[in-house]
Design a protein around this ligand. Structure first.
Ligand code: SF4
Length: 318
């Protein structure tokens, strides 16, 4: 069987391929895809164009829509930020960052409304990559080609994480594997878009993911709404920060592959209550309980309530 020239099993190998072929991450990702699918470069780029257009469609709908989700937990914040930033004038964050937050929330709100989005890497964490990349694309007046390449770079980082034994599953590793991974992917894509080297891209990814380690998955009522929607915005700011300090020469002390290993080590210590069950963290706050009741969900099993800080405070008999 012919050896795959562009296959990589982790970020280290991805970087080696970039150095060997003197290519950016995006081009290694495209060649890997061509090898795997036996399709042409044009076909693969067209597929990614579909992804890009679907992402943009969700953003466009999301920033105009103030409809609340079914139980009223989210909806209308993207519009609030997007319209508000024009009126507000000077903000503490740059316009590109605030707009990235608006776009990230727009995508996540569309997901909560059952609108069409791209799960990149997952539906819950779908806002970070498009939020960051589209806002920067507009800010830099970048070319469509660079935007598309940035998406390939983000995707390659996601692949490297999976190939190295990581996961996108919140049931396995909490939100560090959803919005955390999305933030790392966004940081890498953004860094390539602004002219960073492959090493810079992976450095930004490592800085971003390091800061998301241990992030719980504790959605109120089991809905992908709170904290998910606004967490996408926070991921966007972190991706931009990681890319900024990378471009200023800051190095991650721990390389990307080791950060992924740390993520999985932490996953193995994470309580089941904060791994997508909606039986821990924010999901069992008084607000979380209130929504459960409103939705008519069954009671939270006693074993999870034993760890509920609020129940202890109120000395509830459980
Ligand atoms: S909190 Fe859980 S459901 Fe929400 S985005 Fe994070 S991993 Fe997904």
């Amino acid at each position: 069987m012919r050896k795959m020239e562009y296959k990589f099993n982790n970020s280290t190998e991805l970087l080696e391929l970039c150095n060997k072929h003197k290519l950016p991450i995006s081009q290694i990702a495209i060649r890997r895809e061509m090898e795997l699918s036996k399709k042409s470069r044009a076909w693969i780029r067209d597929k990614m164009k579909d992804v890009r257009d679907t992402m943009w469609g969700a953003i466009q709908k999301g920033i105009k829509n103030s409809t609340k989700s079914k139980y009223g937990l989210v909806g209308g914040d993207a519009k609030k930020i997007y319209e508000g930033m024009a009126k507000m004038g000077k903000m503490l964050h740059s316009k590109v960052t605030v707009r990235a937050m608006a776009y990230a929330i727009a995508t996540a709100e569309q997901n909560a409304r059952m609108g069409k989005i791209v799960a990149f890497p997952t539906a819950g964490g779908a806002g970070v990559v498009p939020g960051v990349l589209f806002s920067t694309y507009q800010h830099m007046k970048s070319s469509k080609r660079k935007m598309l390449n940035a998406l390939f770079t983000s995707a390659a980082v996601g692949i490297a994480i999976l190939e190295h034994g990581g996961t996108f599953s919140a049931a396995k590793a909490g939100c560090q594997a959803e919005i955390g991974v999305g933030t790392a992917m966004a940081a890498a894509g953004l860094t390539e878009m602004r002219g960073g080297t492959p090493e810079d891209c992976l450095n930004a990814a490592a800085l971003a993911l390091k800061n998301m380690l241990g992030l719980t998955c504790d959605p109120i009522g089991g809905l992908v709404e709170v904290p998910c929607v606004k967490r996408n915005a926070m991921g966007a700011t972190m991706a931009i920060s990681a890319s900024d300090i990378t471009m200023l020469g800051v190095k991650s002390f721990v390389p990307m592959d080791e950060v992924v290993e740390a993520m999985m080590n932490i996953a193995s210590c994470m309580d089941e209550g904060v791994r997508e069950t909606a039986f821990g963290g924010l999901a069992i706050t008084p607000t979380g309980f209130g929504i459960r009741e409103k939705m008519g969900l069954p009671k939270v099993p006693r074993k999870y309530l034993k760890k509920c800080h609020n129940c202890k405070l109120k000395n509830l008999k459980i």
